[in-house]
Write a protein that binds this ligand. Sequence first.
Ligand SMILES: Nc1ncnc2c1ncn2[C@@H]1O[C@H](COP(=O)(O)OP(=O)(O)OP(=O)(O)O)[C@@H](O)[C@H]1O
Length: 280
Amino acid sequence: MAAETTGSAEAARPPGNTAPQQVPAIRISDLSVRYGSVVALDGVDLELLPGRICGLIGMNGSGKSTLFKSIMGLVTPTSGSVSIHGLDPARARSRGIVSYVPQSEDVDWDFPISVREVAMTGRYGRQNFFRRIRSQDRAAVDSALERVGLTDLADRQIGKLSGGQRKRAFVARGIAQGADILLLDEPFAGVDKRSEATILALLRDLADQGTTVLISTHDLSALPDFADEAVLLMRRILVHGSADEALRPEQLALAFGLGADEPLTTSPPSGAGSDAEAAR
Ligand SMILES: Nc1ncnc2c1ncn2[C@@H]1O[C@H](COP(=O)(O)OP(=O)(O)OP(=O)(O)O)[C@@H](O)[C@H]1O
């Protein structure tokens, strides 16, 4: 079975949509990233349009976090390129165009920082060297906290929030920042269904206003509920299309099937990495 490897926004366009083609917010061309001998991404081509919510799925170690880091300019590609609204990713990040909502385990929840201060970090790129907070920074943070429904909890230490509230605090940071692109790494892990629905409504609102949203998730069943399009990743893109296309059994077998626990290295032991190879 040949994998679908379009990787293009064109593929995600609804049938019959003859609207003029938009300029992608994110354009990734032939991107490969290695950590020593480990191939994390291998020839990834992907374009994401403004105003779309894209689900990113793939097994552990398939390269999702590396893809996020590449979009943020936090890893150096071995080859290929990433362009964010025509800019180099590091420059786009320093200009506040991209915002990241980290996985829960990547955050020190004991750190003495309030919800308001987390949101204020989204303003750092706009402040001067001394980071003097201006009235427009306060206004942007207040407005962002209101938007995510955390005004009443603004002065609470970040660790003293529920899982869903913690995610909303980081989304508030992205809103305060005025980011055009929001990357969310496993935002629904440890979050109840009601909080998940609240976050999704918020993300839909942001997408309707032109924000590009890329969400990694292991909750495959939730994907069709929120994703305008989906990417199935296994070091390279197996599918970029609708959620239903990404969830076809034969595609899932390629991405999550035999050999899934084997390390994906440049020189896998015999039999390991067969799924990835099959997808080539
Ligand atoms: N700093 C690093 N040094 C060496 N190898 C790394 C490093 N970071 C990631 N890797 C490896 O690169 C591959 C891709 O990892 P990555 O974290 O991007 O996957 P992932 O899809 O986000 O995984 P998960 O679902 O477990 O978060 C894995 O084989 C991983 O072990």
